[in-house]
Ligand binder design. Structure first.
Ligand code: C2E
Ligand code: CA
Ligand code: CA
Length: 737
């Protein structure tokens, strides 16, 4: 566009449009109410080029117009201002406004006046940083030339200083921004923004990351402007060949490049590096290059810090064995609880310790990996999947996604081992709806853990939703357990003894030891309540050993008081029996008290038969080899199979009291009792009936061929002294007959 001299406020570009991108021109603003001066000035300055840049002119015919232009455009290098225009000092007022109101300190100002002698005070010239003050006649072409040249040089210097200052500020800002711990993607996106801001270009920038140490192909981590769709692409697949080669070269040569756009290099830790491409049309000046170098150094440091943070983060939040987030990460995800309709599930593999022990550890790892990858496959997109413990996995997602059915489907098909063998797995699941708990992360996990525990106790292999009542019950159990521990260490536990009677002769042939817990306030806590608790908590092993020692010591103390074959029966729980050194302990204690095997009986319930039957049979045989007898307790209530009874060799069946005097006694249970007695005969084992409460029950059982009995009819369980009196009284009775 060519300016017509008399057009107002035309903002023009006098030069023809260049085909090669030229450096930008110097913008000169001529402010004068006389159109002739505008024309004369342009003629005077025609052809002037400074530092390879030509001049371009804008025109204002009053101070007010000039102000409007200056407000709209910040790119003027020089304003040639007439002092007298609409008012006598309109030019001077304009200068004040430029410096004070517009805060434009860069613009170089040359004041001109038509009236000689009308000079502003020297003070004003200094205060407002005016480059030159001349009368129009003084300003010959040559002088104007010189004046403008000097003004432009000083403008260029000011501009450089300013852009350095801004650039340094930008770098500080960028380091602060990018120094914050974030993910690699966020870092890269921030890098795009900061780099474009530094170079003062629109966001047309690509960042690509190279992971040289893993030999993985570099890929585009962040992109802006028209490159946005390329985000995530491997570098090799970039459609633009030039950019692709530039990024590749930069990564290989580890150097910035400044031709055809700018490509910068950031070295991180561990041979990792980033390269960024910025689409800038004109070459960078010296200042910008230096600034860019400082920027890159700073950002490389931020990048290294980020990697350090990421790897620490990875260690702290990621379980690399199964490639899943870990417990910390899961709790963090729970802490940002999304919606109340969300569900958290805790999945525990059944019998994993068995898999791990029987087969080797590496097999266990493979199993965990297989479960993890199937969970990932099924839940990845819809829920947070994590491994929160050894064989414990967790899910967090919407109620629709994290459903019982979908979890069950994980285990519906067999897994395949590395050897290609199918392996069937089962799991127990605890679930919680977030609307049922007001709590945060760890507490939610605790509560869903309570539901899982509940399921493990009562419905193994199935799912159980959390109910607030569980928590109450669990809390009670915990309190009871800690009181039990205290009682145990304070020796507030003791044994009671309940005699076994030969039903035919009425002789006392032995006694069962029953554990008693008397609290400080004199209450008895029933063993049915505290023994299962001790079992689950592992306390039962120590408790059981104590019972064993006390029972055998008691038996030894009865030497000479009771017949030689009087046997002491101890109840042995599953966990105690499973202890590897259980048999050794029994034999050792027996020897310490100089007892023989015939004086000892071990009562086992059918529940011990869970696990390796061969191992159990072997232990039983070791006891029996020492003449210690083994009784199957609570017989008839469990789910023992005949085949199991045949595999285990034992000495005595204990008919549960439920069939003798309990709820189930009556004509129906009479049938059961008869069957049990027949079975015992078939297996050639002895029988004892629990819970005999009356003479008629005694007579009935005796008539059916049951050998021994135990129950309130003969005696309640007695403490040591009472039992002593009981047997001595019985002996007196017998002797009296
Ligand atoms: P259990 O082995 O079946 O013990 C017999 C239970 O029947 C005892 O209950 C006893 O007091 C009760 N009883 C005896 N005669 C009668 C009767 O005529 N009528 C009725 N209704 N009940 C009778 P207790 O002492 O409450 O023990 C409960 C359970 O606690 C025992 O059942 C046993 O499983 C367990 N237990 C007790 N002491 C120990 C121990 O030292 N170790 C282990 N592992 N378990 C023990
Ligand atoms: Ca028993
Ligand atoms: Ca029993």
């Amino acid at each position: 566009m060519v300016s017509g001299g008399d057009e107002l406020l035309v903002f023009t570009d006098d030069e023809p449009v260049a085909t090669v991108p030229a450096l930008p021109e110097w913008h000169i603003l001529i402010v004068d109410d006389e159109p002739d001066v505008h024309a004369a000035t342009k003629i005077a300055l025609r052809g002037l080029e400074l530092e390879g840049r030509s001049l371009t002119f804008s025109h204002a015919y009053s101070a007010a117009e000039a102000l409007t232009l200056l407000q709209q455009h910040a790119h003027f290098a020089i304003a040639l201002i007439d002092v007298v225009m609409e008012t006598e000092d309109a030019g001077l007022q304009l200068v004040r406004t430029i410096r004070d109101t517009l805060k434009n300190s860069m613009l170089r100002i040359i004041l001109r006046t038509g009236q000689p002698g009308y000079a502003p005070e020297i003070e004003t010239i200094r205060q407002y940083d005016i480059n030159d003050y001349k009368t129009k006649t003084e300003l010959t072409r040559v002088r104007l030339f010189t004046s403008v040249t000097i003004a432009i040089r000083s403008y260029a210097q000011l501009q450089q200083l300013e852009s350095s200052r801004q650039g340094l500020e930008q770098i500080l800002l960028a380091s602060r921004e990018l120094g914050k711990p974030a993910g690699l993607k966020l870092f890269a996106a921030g890098l795009v923004t900061q780099l474009c801001a530094l170079l003062k270009v629109k966001e047309e920038c690509l960042v690509c990351a190279a992971m040289q140490h893993t030999q993985a192909t570099p890929f585009i981590l962040a992109a802006a402007g028209s490159y946005t769709p390329w985000m995530g692409l491997p570098l090799q697949q970039l459609p633009d060949v030039t950019i692709r080669e530039k990024l590749t070269q930069t990564l290989v040569q580890r150097q910035h490049q400044f031709e055809q756009g700018i490509t910068v290099y950031f070295q991180g830790a561990n041979e990792q590096a980033l390269a960024a491409f910025v689409d800038v049309a004109s070459p960078l000046d010296e200042v910008s290059r230096r600034l860019l170098a400082v920027f890159c150094q700073n950002i490389s440091i931020a990048f290294e810090n980020l990697q350090l943070y990421l790897s620490i983060n990875e260690l702290a939040f990621f379980d690399s064995a199964v490639q899943l987030p870990n417990r910390h990460a899961f709790i963090a995800s729970l802490n940002q609880r999304k919606a109340d309709d969300n569900v958290v599930a805790l999945i525990d593999l059944d019998n994993f310790s068995y898999i791990n022990n029987v087969l080797d550890d590496s097999f266990g790892d493979q199993v965990l990996q297989a479960v993890a990858s199937r969970l990932t496959e099924l839940f990845h997109d819809i829920a947070c999947v994590a491994r929160v413990g050894g064989d414990l996995f967790a899910l967090h997602g919407s109620a629709v996604s994290v459903s019982e059915a979908r979890i069950a489907s994980v285990f519906a098909e067999p897994f395949v081992t590395a050897q290609g063998e199918p392996l069937r797995l089962a799991a127990t699941t605890g679930l919680i709806k977030l609307e049922d708990t007001q709590q945060q992360g760890i507490q939610i996990l605790k509560n869903v853990g309570i539901a899982l525990k509940q399921a493990k106790y009562f419905s193994r292999g199935q799912a159980q939703w959390y109910e607030a009542a569980f928590a109450e019950a669990a809390r009670e159990r915990m309190t009871l357990l800690s009181r039990l521990r205290t009682a145990f260490s304070a020796e507030r536990l003791h044994l009671n003894f309940q005699p076994f009677i030969n039903l035919a002769s009425g002789d006392i042939v032995g006694a069962e030891c029953l554990l008693r817990w008397k609290t400080e306030d004199g209450h008895f806590v029933p063993p049915d309540k505290f023994i299962p608790l001790a079992e689950k908590s592992g306390l039962m092993v120590a408790l059981g050993e104590w019972v064993l020692r006390s029972a055998l010591r008691w038996r030894a103390s009865l030497k000479g008081v009771v017949p030689e074959h009087f046997r002491v029966a101890i109840n042995v729980s599953q966990t105690q029996f499973n202890e590897p050194d259980f048999v050794a302990k029994v034999l050792q204690t027996m020897a310490e008290h100089h007892l023989t095997g015939q004086q000892i009986e071990v009562e086992l319930t059918e529940s011990i038969a869970v696990g390796n039957i061969k191992l159990i049979a072997e232990r039983i045989n070791q006891l029996r080899a020492q003449q210690i007898s083994v009784a199957i307790d609570d017989f008839g209530t469990g789910y023992s199979s005949l085949s199991l009874l045949q595999q285990l060799k034992f000495d005595r069946l204990k008919i549960d009291r439920a069939f003798v005097s309990g709820e189930q006694s009556g004509s129906e249970s009479l049938g059961i009792v008869k069957t049990i007695l027949a079975l015992a005969q078939h297996l050639q084992v002895c029988t004892i009936a629990e819970g005999i409460e009356s003479a008629s029950q005694q007579q009935l059982l005796a008539s059916l061929g049951c050998e021994e009995g135990q129950g309130y009819y003969f005696s309640k369980p007695l403490d040591e002294n009472a039992f002593y009196q009981f047997i001595t009284a019985a002996r007196v009775n017998q002797n009296g007959h």
